[in-house]
Each structure stands twice: as structure tokens, then as C-alpha cells.
Write a protein that binds this ligand. Structure first.
Ligand code: FO1
Length: 311
């Protein structure tokens, strides 16, 4: 069964690694957020693509969720001596990837081709696609003014109060032909438990993406449990935007593209208001504590999705 997953960083990558265990290699395609991508020290950095690819390749740093396992930090240590060059922690092994990718892009390859080459090198059969080969830059409006995503997330450790977001370039960014055919061929599209604002939001903002998804069976997994994010600023963002950080708020945010929603058992009382939106709800333990949990949740989401099929 052809399945597409929409994912961002750490939380999304965990469910993706569960889906990769549950599905055969040719069955899963992951469409990844590129709104976090940016130029740094002349290198093209693609954090969410790297987190998903490293996770699938078994190379991801399990503690941080980003960068490499068994990393060394010789270059960044030296960069400390150059003014302001070390705020974004690039490990030595990670740097090799950024150098190689930047070279391929400079030679005229597009991001989709670059990712495919990396996955082949790492023997990963799951197909991973950037949401677009056109640049989209997530900008964060905060109490201290507008800033680029990595400045907000890393330099200021996502502390500034957010007032809104915009995705520079999204209006002109097209889904790649690979993204379009993956969605068209998919029996189900799964929205992974990534940040709805800055990970899934940019994917849905790519022109034509929502229209594509409206003809599909789409099921989302809540990124919040009991109103809290497992990791990162998702719940804080809802608060700062004057919204209740709850699973039903997330379901409402996705309502024009999903027909199913998976939330944690402790949020059972929210099912009714989500069902009123015409969205089927499914309860389970959505916490992924380890590798087995990831596969368990993936299996359950695939089963649940079968009950929501309308197309
Ligand atoms: N996140 C941090 O909080 N601090 C860092 O120094 C940092 C470095 C980094 C290097 C490579 C990479 O691919 C990701 C990195 N991240 C870091 C995470 C990154 O900012 C986030 O993963 C995404 O942009 C949000 O999901």
C-alpha cells in the first residue's frame, strides 16, 4: 500500500522511522519541510531533511534528534575564534554532508536529486522528497520583530513570544513532480506529529498542496499530549497566538485537509468536538519512547487510517 508521510524535524522523524519498519521499502514516501533551510557560512543547511534522512539511515544523534551520532566538534571549536560563526552547532561529520550538498547544488543538481543521492549512499530505500525544489523560508514574527527561523529556534532558543509566521517564497514554490505523483499514488497521507505552525505549515503552504491533499485520505497524529508538546515550542506557540494548546485546536487547524485524527488517550474528552468537524478520531498512546513504540504507533495509525477512507 502506497503511503505518504508529511514530516518536519524530530517528532516527525520518529513516526517516519516507525512507518519505515511497518511498510515495505517501496511503500513509503516522506515529504519533508524545507522552510527551516538556510545559508550558513556559505553552506546550504537543510535541518528537517537531514533529521529524517539521518534517522532512516540510523546515523541520527538520539539525544538531540538533529545532527550525527558519534560526532566530533573540531571545526566548530576553531570557528569560535571567528566572530559569531559558532552559534549554529555544526559537527565535523555533519559538515561533510553540508559541504557535499552545497557542491552538488552549485553543480546544478536540485534538492530532490541531492537527497536521492545521499539516501543511495546510505542504503536507505524509503523515498524522501523535499516539499519543493523552490526556496521557502519560514519567517517568525516575534515581540522583538521578525526573524529567520533558525535565528528564532537556535540563536534565541525559541524564547521570543511569537505573533505569527510567513513562508517567504511559498506562493511561487511548486510541489515537485515527484511530490505530486507520490501524493496521487498514495492510498493514505499521514501528517506526522511535527510542529503544525513551522514544520507542517510550510508544507501545506506550497502552492497547490492543499488542493492535492483534499482528494486523498489524510490522517494526522497530534503533536500535543495533554496540551503539551513532547519537545519544542509547539504548545508555547499556541499560547502566544492566543489559542488553546490542545489536540482539538490542532485538528481544527488541519480541518480542511484531514479526515482522520489520532490523539492520546488522555485527551479522549476532545474527540466529540473534533468529530463535529467531520473528522474521525482515534485514541491510543501516541508517546514514542523507543524504537518499538515508533513501530507500534505506525502500525496503529495505518490500521486507523483504513477506517477513515473516503476516497
Ligand atoms: N538546534 C539547536 O537548538 N541548536 C543547534 O546548534 C542546532 C544545530 C543544528 C545543526 C544541523 C542541523 O541539521 C540541525 C541543527 N539544529 C540545532 C536543529 C535545527 O535547528 C532544528 O532541527 C530544525 O530546524 C527545527 O526542526
Amino acid at each position: 500500500m502506497k503511503v505518504v508521510a508529511l514530516a518536519g524535524g524530530v517528532g516527525g522523524a520518529k513516526l517516519v522511522s516507525g512507518l519505515a519498519q511497518s511498510l515495505g521499502p517501496q511503500e513509503l514516501t516522506v515529504i519533508v519541510n524545507t522552510g527551516d533551510d538556510f545559508w550558513h557560512l556559505g553552506l546550504r543547511i537543510c535541518p528537517d531533511l537531514d533529521t529524517v534522512c539521518y534517522t532512516l539511515a540510523g546515523l541520527a544523534n538520539k539525544l538531540t534528534g538533529w545532527g550525527r551520532e558519534g560526532e566530533t566538534w573540531r571545526v566548530i571549536e576553531e570557528l569560535k575564534r571567528f566572530d559569531g560563526a559558532d552559534w549554529f552547532k555544526l559537527g565535523d561529520r555533519d559538515l561533510a554532508l553540508h559541504l557535499y550538498r552545497t557542491g552538488l547544488l552549485a553543480a546544478g543538481k536540485n534538492l530532490t536529486e541531492v537527497v536521492a543521492e545521499l539516501l543511495q549512499i546510505w542504503d536507505v530505500e524509503t523515498v524522501v522528497l523535499p516539499m519543493s525544489d523552490d526556496p521557502v523560508a519560514t519567517m517568525v514574527f516575534t515581540e522583538n520583530g521578525e526573524m529567520a527561523f533558525q535565528e528564532y529556534f537556535v540563536k534565541y532558543q525559541w524564547q521570543p513570544k511569537v505573533k505569527g509566521f510567513r513562508f517567504l517564497g511559498a506562493d511561487n514554490a511548486l510541489p515537485t513532480k515527484e511530490v505530486i505523483s507520490a501524493i496521487e499514488e498514495a492510498k493514505v497521507v499521514i501528517i506526522a506529529p511535527s510542529n503544525p505552525w513551522v514544520s507542517i505549515g510550510p508544507i501545506l503552504s506550497v502552492s497547490g498542496m492543499k488542493e492535492l491533499l483534499k482528494t486523498k485520505n489524510v490522517i494526522a497524529v497530534s503533536p500535543l499530549i495533554g496540551g503539551r508538546a513532547v519537545k519544542g515550542p509547539a504548545a508555547k506557540m499556541y499560547h502566544e497566538l492566543g489559542l488553546e494548546p490542545s489536540s482539538s485546536t490542532v485538528a481544527r487547524q488541519y480541518q480542511d485537509v484531514i479526515n482522520g485524527f489520532v490523539l492520546d488517550t488522555i485527551d479522549a474528552q476532545e474527540c466529540e468536538i473534533i468529530n463535529v468537524l467531520g473528522i474521525g478520531t482515534f485514541l491510543t498512546d501516541i508517546m514514542m519512547r523507543d524504537y518499538l513504540d515508533r513501530k507500534r504507533l505506525a502500525d496503529e495509525v495505518l490500521d486507523m487510517s483504513r477506517k477513515t477512507w473516503v476516497h
